[in-house]
Design a protein around this ligand. Sequence first.
Ligand code: HEC
Ligand code: HEC
Length: 190
Amino acid sequence: MKKSLIGTLLITSTLAALTTTLFFSERAQSRDSDFSFFSKSSYRGVMPVKNASYQEECSSCHMAYSPGLLPSKSWQKVMNNLADHYGDNAELLPETQQTILNYLLTNSAEKSKYYRSKEIARSLRNNNSIDRITLSPYFIRKHDEIPKKFVIDNPKVGSFSQCNLCHTRAEQGSFNEDEISIPGVGFWED
Ligand code: HEC
Ligand code: HEC
């Protein structure tokens, strides 16, 4: 009798703990921002760039994108086509190219601990060889309410590829909504 009572109590409390865990992880998932209940504060956003060659070679025409913004397959594709880089020539010496490729592959989205990288990798799990961050389902979903006149038709922006023009802390790896200010338009209010 006593044994079965303890057993029941044990099962009940385990179930209660499980429900609580599920409830909170559900909340953490649905709350799609740099804040996540379970991710340590240091793993919000994406990893900031920490590689000198990459920073130097890949930041003259646009910001040096965090390696965590694309999966490995995509970085491979980008780095294999530097001679014809979206209409520009971004070729490098073979040694520099290899150093940068290694850095990108080691820290790509699917290997990252950062919250947004995980989201990007998840959105590309069935198609990881796109050659643009702006083509990931995650990116498209996050930007589909922004009118063209604020971006392509905005002479102060011109393209979604210029993340840091709108996301004031993009280079620190942070894309919080309250840090967005569109040039010529102002702070973004959802
Ligand atoms: C000579 C200028 C130039 C240099 C240097 C350059 N890029 Fe680019 N990059 C571009 C242009 C132009 C685009 C297309 C931007 C657009 O569509 O508005 C682009 C786009 C990209 C994109 C896609 C962004 C998107 O739209 O999602 C990636 C990724 C990228 N570059 C990575 C790199 C890497 C890695 C390097 C260094 C090896 C590099 N770039 C160096 C000019 C450059
Ligand atoms: C023209 C300005 C603009 C540019 C350029 C831009 N974004 Fe955004 N981005 C926004 C706005 C505005 C939102 C918020 C959209 C909303 O709330 O509906 C947003 C949302 C996001 C979010 C989600 C934020 C959240 O709270 O969930 C991420 C991540 C993001 N952008 C990443 C990027 C990256 C990476 C680039 C560059 C490849 C980029 N953005 C380029 C304006 C921009």
